[in-house]
Design a protein around this ligand. Structure first.
Ligand code: CA
Length: 184
């Protein structure tokens, strides 16, 4: 009996520890796009639950993007503490992507995520572009004074306007393993 209690306690602690590890639910797409919002900024963009090429687990996000296309996938929202620092990490791989236009962007929210509640300050991870194998893109960000929630957008094609997102042709980008943790 004692052994069972100890075993259950260990399992509970392990589960609690795992829950604290990543603030983003389904950051690795193991439940497909559950909790995510995908959006075509400039079409065509095809969002695929990719099973063939993953960074870990069984699924990644694949964006097949037409020439000059632009797409984003927004993570489930998570609670943040104002003034606190967070480490953001995501893995990406691409073929033919526009230079410096593969990255993740943090949006801070004053309330539940919605257009009007957005805080002005945003923060991006490192950027990548062109053709590259799985690469980790990271950032350490600080929640603004009036932020209580955050979302992370995985972006390709950039945010500087349609005229600045010209590409050689169609291209693809994969993302996997988005992880946000409080910085110690
Ligand atoms: Ca995965």
């Amino acid at each position: 009996m004692r052994l069972i209690i100890v075993t259950v306690l260990v399992a509970m602690l392990a589960a609690a520890g795992f829950a604290q590890d990543n603030l983003v639910t389904n950051g690795g797409f193991e439940n497909g796009f559950e909790g995510w919002i995908t959006d075509v900024i400039v079409g065509p963009v095809e969002f695929i639950e990719c099973k063939e090429v993953v960074h870990s687990g069984t699924t990644s996000l694949l964006m097949n993007i037409g020439k000059d296309g632009r797409g984003i996938a927004r993570s489930p929202a998570f609670a943040v503490e104002a003034g606190k620092q967070y480490n953001v990490s995501v893995w990406a791989t691409a073929e033919g992507a526009p230079e410096n236009m593969v990255y993740a962007r943090v949006h801070w929210w004053k309330t539940e995520p919605g257009v009007a509640s957005e805080v002005e300050i945003k923060a991006d991870t490192e950027r990548a572009g062109g053709t590259f194998e799985w690469t980790e893109l990271t950032a350490t960000v600080t929640a603004p004074a009036d932020a209580c929630m955050a979302t992370i957008r995985l972006e390709s094609g950039g945010d500087t306007g349609v005229l600045n997102t010209e590409t050689e042709g169609a291209y693809w980008v994969r993302f996997d393993d988005l992880v946000v943790t409080p910085a110690q």
